[in-house]
Design a protein around this ligand. Sequence first.
Ligand code: PMP
Length: 382
Amino acid sequence: MSERDLLMIPGPINFDPGVLRALGAPTAGHTAPEFVALFSQTLDMVRKVFLAPNGMPFVLAGSGTLAMDTAVCNMIEPGDRALVIATGYFSDRMATILERYGAEVTIARADVGDVVPLDRVEAELKRVKPKMMTLTHVDTSTGVAVDVHALAQLGRAHNALVIVDGVCSVAGMELRQEEWDVDIVLTASQKAIGVPPGLALLVVSARALEMFKARKKPVLSYYSDWANWLPVMQAYDARKPAYFGTPAVKLVYALHESLRQIIAEGMDERIARHKKISDAFKAGIRALGLKQVPVRAEIAATTMTAPYLPDGIDAKLIGKIREYGVVVAGGLHPAIREKYFRVGHMGVVSFADIHATLSAIDRALRDLGYRASATLGAPEKL
Ligand code: PMP
């Protein structure tokens, strides 16, 4: 990959130069007063970005899957019932993790590209009476976004803990953890949070922490056990050093800078900007004559787009797009893997980036012999 290539996959994203410079700052020890102060401010900013002023944040060294694993292993005891609202590959991963920790899992599965209707979710909540319901806000394998607010209301009305995988949504799409009464929101650093891969982030409600404290059996993962991490996060919150496992010090510096930028932009403004960019990109994809995986515009994520390949064009398109300096991702959902591709547009993405991406897709399609009914102009003359 050339240093000038444009990375437009749904994470990791292109990172802001200020965030990358923070990685190059001199390394403080994890108990040094300046790092303790920085971590404490970081935890406060995490609460702001998750819109959970009273939540308990955890920032751990690991990827998004560790965040999923941590949420599940701390809340589930063997035999607990869990309902998974499944909209793709990552919802299925959540089901696998739940089973690994001994949950009795029921999956309410959407058709590919669709969501599970609310009345079906309600019927399953009544029938299963789960301790926990999990949602994938944006399943990165389909680009489908679920209605977290409505689902959380239903879950809470049936006394289920509501866990949201926000890996492809937090800091890019509207997700009001406290106002919507969501118990755990989790994400990873490399998407709309705007920090290189390596941090798992969770914010936990007081209710979920109480349930954790009332557990009868120990947590089955040693590394992820909140009995180990809660005192550490609480100490950093109170600007005191503490140790369980060495934090990813440099990534926390980068997180501090990225969260500072996110908050300076403003959460509402940032969410609106992601929608504008997404609307423009999706309009360009439609103009090229490509369909998208989400079956209705209202359920399409604004952090990414999942276009179907047109008839007669195969996944070679992705390599062709790359020849024009833009990196997009292939399919991931097993049922349609060879039939579509995925483009991320989150974080510091600009209109210039999406124009460059559309232009690269247009040129690559023409190279492969595709003639769109409408084109983006005559890029060969640019
Ligand atoms: N959930 C979703 C919605 C994701 O998109 C991803 C990663 N693309 C994950 C979970 C897992 O995160 P990671 O790859 O960082 O482990």
